[in-house]
Design a protein. Structure first.
Length: 129
């Protein structure tokens, strides 16, 4: 799995791109880097772009742990908004559904989109607290 971070200055959005077959450690590492980078930039809006992700069921523990433990440990504010761009791989769709449910159940504003442009629109339309 490969991942990279981008900061879109004009919209003040941090975007994490994750590509390829993931394992749990890599997902946790990418999430921690996204949070740290967002804090550095003062960002309140995030895109997790997993369009090209393959997430085997063996990553379910990490998918759960990121919002259930890592977010609080890293001090991620519940005032942030997170848009997820869903994977093209139908076998990996479970991961974004599970992630969104776990986040929302813990108080984060997360929405999943099939289209990146719609994700950006939602982020910019959603008020930041």
């Amino acid at each position: 799995m490969a991942w990279k971070l981008e900061y879109h200055e004009q919209s003040q959005i941090v975007e994490l791109h994750i590509n390829g077959r993931a394992d749990g450690d890599e997902l946790r590492e990418a999430a921690a880097a996204r949070i740290a980078f967002g804090k550095e930039k003062g960002a309140k809006r995030y895109i997790i772009n997993v369009r090209h992700l393959e997430a085997p069921r063996s990553t379910s523990g990490a998918v759960f742990e990121i919002p259930a433990r890592l977010y609080d440990e890293a001090g991620l504010s519940r005032s942030v908004t997170i848009a997820v761009v869903a994977p093209m791989d139908a076998q990996s769709q479970w991961a974004v559904n599970f992630f969104e449910d776990t986040c929302v159940n813990r108080g984060w504003r997360v929405e999943t989109f099939l289209d990146r442009d719609r994700a950006v629109d939602w982020l910019l339309e959603t008020p930041v607290w």
